[in-house]
Ligand binder design. Sequence first.
Ligand SMILES: NC(=O)c1ccc[n+]([C@@H]2O[C@H](COP(=O)([O-])OP(=O)(O)OC[C@H]3O[C@@H](n4cnc5c(N)ncnc54)[C@H](O)[C@@H]3O)[C@@H](O)[C@H]2O)c1
Length: 309
Amino acid sequence: MKILVTGGAGFIGSHVVDLLLAAGHDVVVMDNLSTGVVENIPKGVKLINIDIVDQAVADIFRTEKFDIVSHHAAQIDVRTSVSDPVFDARVNILGSLNILECCLRYGVKKVQFASTGGALYGEQDFFPAEENHPIRPLSPYGIAKYSIERYLYYYHEVHGLDYAATRYANVYGPRQNPHGEAGVVAIFCDRLLSGRAAVINGDGTQTRDYVYVGDVARASVIAIQKTLNCAVNVGTAIENDVNTIFRILNSAGKFNMTESHGPGKKGEQKRSVISWQLASKLLGWKPEVNLEKGLELTLDYFKKKHVRS
Ligand SMILES: NC(=O)c1ccc[n+]([C@@H]2O[C@H](COP(=O)([O-])OP(=O)(O)OC[C@H]3O[C@@H](n4cnc5c(N)ncnc54)[C@H](O)[C@@H]3O)[C@@H](O)[C@H]2O)c1
């Protein structure tokens, strides 16, 4: 199969690229390198450097003739979406729509969409959230992701385009960018390894469902192979707070840093954790890398990166 991975130079997209290549697919990456880097793309994989909003994306679809699209390119920062919802919507809604229109016009059979399980349900009524939990996003980012899920439903029902919306929890692991606002594990690894304080926002009791990137990429590739036409959570159903993340990393790397807290972030969700029962049923998938192991693997990656730089 010829598969386009948008955002394939980024953190999660590049792991999906690795698994698709290993499964023998012909893979092409589309990325504007705004947060992704060329080093994440395996040698020999074609990179098309273009913004997904660009109308010229259609020319690429016309000439390349993709069978499947794994859509990961996005503005990923929830806080940026709050400060600039128009920019967020331009990339995450209009850019995604541009991709979906091209899929329809140029014969793509299926789209796998990187949706969110962490920013869709809002403050949860029950824990972990299943896919039928009320959708109450508390950010423009979550609203944009849900809009695209609805567009996918429309494209499937009206035009017959198959899809899978994989709702990722809080993904962490090697290649995550530590220089943004998002990705507490990458930020803490980077700070601890360079001897700087890893400041915890607020009291650090806010919880998330931390899922390892290798598990996420595996779920995505299975979703690409199956015909789902629905949304499915990809998480661990285990909640951990930020203080726990700091303590595990601090002890695994023997940093002996004292815990420091800064002001809390206004409007930050208090708890988030999602069920993987549907993923087990539809994909035969379950999370395999536990938090301690995943953090160890992530820290090892950042250690090697620090030695090189
Ligand atoms: N990291 C998480 O915890 C998480 C959770 C839920 C969903 N997601 C989704 O997974 C996907 C990948 O996220 P990530 O964490 O790997 O982030 P990332 O920033 O590493 O990856 C995004 C990639 O998209 C590219 N990109 C951004 N804007 C683009 C544009 N306008 N045109 C073309 N390329 C563009 C970036 O250069 C980057 O390579 C995103 O859709 C994100 O919303 C991530």
